[in-house]
Design a protein around this ligand. Structure first.
Ligand SMILES: [Ca+2]
Ligand SMILES: [Ca+2]
Length: 307
């Protein structure tokens, strides 16, 4: 397997501190066409989702689907990857031909297991126990699908954290970017909010200045939250929705915005092409956590929060 992640990085970046703060208080915007309707309807909360739902194969088809841009509802089973983990083995690793548990470079106390303590859909989800310290990381990875989706990629997952994010840098989503030296494009937390990090140069989105951090949002604690992202390779655009709401601080577009994507634009020719998706926990100087992940989907079109 070609995980080429380098060693731990305990340092924090504050490159944006040199930038003047302006216009940085836009916390969020209305949902875009990427997942307009239906996103708010996904209100099944912690712990249970109705026992008899779904479970055809690993491809869930249990719901009425999301209204992606007002088009026809999405049938999860039609997506290139969609896993509700209802057919996974309780107590075992996520697998089903889709997932491989990986610990790049070194292995410590991190653990990944199919669990029934929390579930967004049905009864099962994947529990990740990640401790502080780089080598205590662990991920479950799909290496087949995301690289074949084309130039624009949408990913959606429901996450449940048992604690708030701390100040240190953590990662819960990493994707190998073949167009960036094989380094990972990573989503995680820092300064207590969601953020993206580009492993190749440690750029962050938003900039981790106080003004920049204020443009992102804190994760919910002990509640399910829907995260959807869009990566457009040719334009180098990145967008992120939390519970269906576009987060201003988690957007890279064609214009460098102070405190938001100004650090990201230090690589103006960034044109990502990711080839795997790894979900789990990695804490460089940050805290450990227990998280649950459910209803992971990938597509070349908007997915939305349902199911
Ligand atoms: Ca489930
Ligand atoms: Ca911008």
């Amino acid at each position: 397997m070609s995980f080429t992640k380098k060693g731990a990085r305990a340092r924090y970046l504050f490159v944006g501190l040199l930038l003047a703060a302006c216009g940085g208080e836009t916390a969020s915007k209305p949902p875009t066409s990427a997942n307009s309707s239906a996103t708010g309807s996904n209100t099944s909360t912690s712990g249970n989702g109705g026992a008899g739902a779904s479970g055809t194969t690993t491809m869930s088809s249990s719901t009425t689907g999301a209204g992606a841009g007002g088009s026809a509802p999405i049938d999860c089973s039609d997506l290139p990857l969609c896993d509700d983990f209802e057919d996974a083995t309780l107590g075992g690793p996520p697998g089903g031909g889709l997932w491989l548990v990986v610990t790049p470079n070194c292995k410590g106390s991190g653990a990944v297991v199919v669990d029934d303590a929390q579930a967004h859909s049905g009864n099962l989800s994947v529990r990740v126990d990640g401790a502080s310290g780089y080598c205590n990381h662990i991920f479950f990875a799909n290496q087949d699908t995301i690289g074949s989706l084309g130039q624009r990629i949408y990913g959606r997952m429901h996450v449940y954290f048992d604690a708030a994010f701390g100040g240190g840098h953590t990662t819960f989503l990493a994707m190998k970017d073949d167009a960036d030296g094989g380094k990972d494009l990573r989503m995680g937390g820092q300064n207590e909010v969601y953020m993206w990090n580009r492993e190749s140069d440690d750029a962050t989105l938003p900039v981790m200045s106080p003004a920049g951090s204020a443009t992102s949002v804190k994760p919910s604690v002990n509640a399910w939250q829907c995260i959807e992202f869009m990566i457009d390779g040719p334009t180098g655009e990145l967008k992120t929705w939390v519970d269906g709401v576009l987060v201003a601080g988690l957007v890279v577009d064609g214009e460098s915005t102070p405190d938001i994507d100004s650090g990201w634009h230090s690589k103006p020719d960034w044109m990502p092409h990711v080839s795997d998706i790894k979900i789990g926990w990695e804490a460089y100087g940050g805290n450990g956590i227990t998280m649950w992940v459910d209803d992971i989907a990938l597509d070349s079109n908007p997915i939305g929060c349902a199911p």
